[in-house]
Ligand binder design. Sequence first.
Ligand code: F6R
Length: 241
Amino acid sequence: MKIVVAPDVQHVAEAAFKVMKNTVSEKKDAVLGLATGSSPEGLYALMAKDHSENGTSYQDVVTYNLDEYVGLPQNHSQSYYTFMHEKLFQYIDVKEENIHIPCGCAQDEEKACHDYENMLAKVRIDLQVLGIGSDGHIAFNEPGTPFDSLVHLVHLKQQTIHDNARFFDHDESKVPTMAITTGLADIMRCRKIILIATGANKAQAVHDMVKGPVSTSCPASILQKHPDTVVFLDEAAASKL
Ligand code: F6R
């Protein structure tokens, strides 16, 4: 696990963007794994800017998102489908049919998990973008999730509901309690991983991921065993290392 500490959020985004640009420049049909939330927003803004200014193309790129809330309609303002289109997809030339996001509104949720896992099993993600929750989750693999987990349904922990309430008028009762998420084994299969964490509220989770034992109590700690993971931090997130 390589650690890069940058002075602030913008420099973190710029450092992560260099890896993204290399990946899609070297491999036009790269398979990207994408995260939502605040952490990758700066990276996505730089991808949009670079596409508009330099024409970097995503025409043959295929994307797979990590997770989606269960129960929110696709067009809900806080669905991850909406987030990805608002923050990134509308600004680049990725083809709609090449975008994959777990379905959070399926009648049969178990089948939706199975179908998404089957799709993932047919590809190998070249570059996976991750954030980390303040409780050490990656995707929505909450503490206690087995390291061999595949796509599955998850009950979000109280800490995650609390953290994500900022997207739902600061009202925890509006945050969905369940999500569909790719598993830790799916993440570990990706060729290269970049994890972005900024802010003091991530410092303990970052410490446990990097310095703690590899333990399901900090799901992100499994990344210590991944052969090509780069962690991009601002100084606040790195403050406990
Ligand atoms: C989102 C995801 C989550 C977030 C994590 C951090 O797709 O997979 O693991 O990366 O909850 O969220 P932010 O970046 O909003 O602090």
